[in-house]
Design a binder for this molecule. Sequence first.
Ligand code: GLA
Length: 325
Amino acid sequence: MNPHGIRAFAPGRVNLIGEHTDYNEGLCLPFAVERGITVTAELRDDGRILSPDLADDDPYLRGATEELRASGIELSACTLAVKSDLPQEAGLSSSAALCVSLVLALNAVVRRDPPPPLELAKLCQRIENDYTGVETGLLDQLASILGEEGRAVRLDMRSLEWRQVDLELGDHVLAVLDSGSSRSLAESGYNERREECRRAAELLGVDSLRDATDPSELPDPLDRRARHVITENERVDAAVRALQAGDHEALGELLDASHRSLRDDYEVSVPEVERAVEACKDAGALGARIMGGGFGGSVLALFPPGAEPPSGSLRVRPSRGARAL
Ligand code: GLA
């Protein structure tokens, strides 16, 4: 029963290309997927905010309530049912979807419009950083919030401007395949890469690697880390051009090039991910690459008409972003 009709939905995301660029003030090209997390709120009268689906000390719920209160919002007591149709740990950013849907639902309970996209994304990023201890960029949150059907969003993480880009796939299919690797190193490896990028920028005398042009003077592995960021930013705009031209072959090649760069220069791949990439290529993918933070997780691949993605793959298509329902 939900007599008050308070529901909010936030989708997971896929990043088409532009990986490990967000925290380097670079470019990304994600889209929101169809699946996500739905939070349904029922009012209660005992002053508490809780969820039968989350632990009492769940950091996302605690973060959402504390951050909203800190921003001056007087929240109302409620029970929050949290339902997800996103595969967990598959690199589709279920945690960003949880944050965004909780914040939207808590706002809806007190009949407030949600904050504007950038403010909402930053609030959710603070929840991840400060309450779960995971450093993230803004990619996942903005992708979940800004999603539009049939479009990817080109994010410029320096100006914090975005532009919707038509993602017409025709009979081509984008699918994600979970590598099955537990991502045990994910957190430490991710934070180490961020630190390496900071050091590389410092040695080059630039504010961020967005401004780097020639990494050749840097010591190894910082030169390779910087080269990944520089070339990946270029690939994002090349992908936008490929989409505008309807050139799926070119898009596939860019996915492959991104993967090589993430594997060899950025070193965030693991054997299970390599096997998943190979399985996609064997199935006829035009391109396949590791997606998200790396050290495990999922692979994204583009399949031409007629090709059958490997079993266990999840077909993804650009869909509408987060909203109160
Ligand atoms: C994770 C982070 C994002 C981004 C990606 C890598 O998904 O949450 O902010 O840094 O890794 O592109």
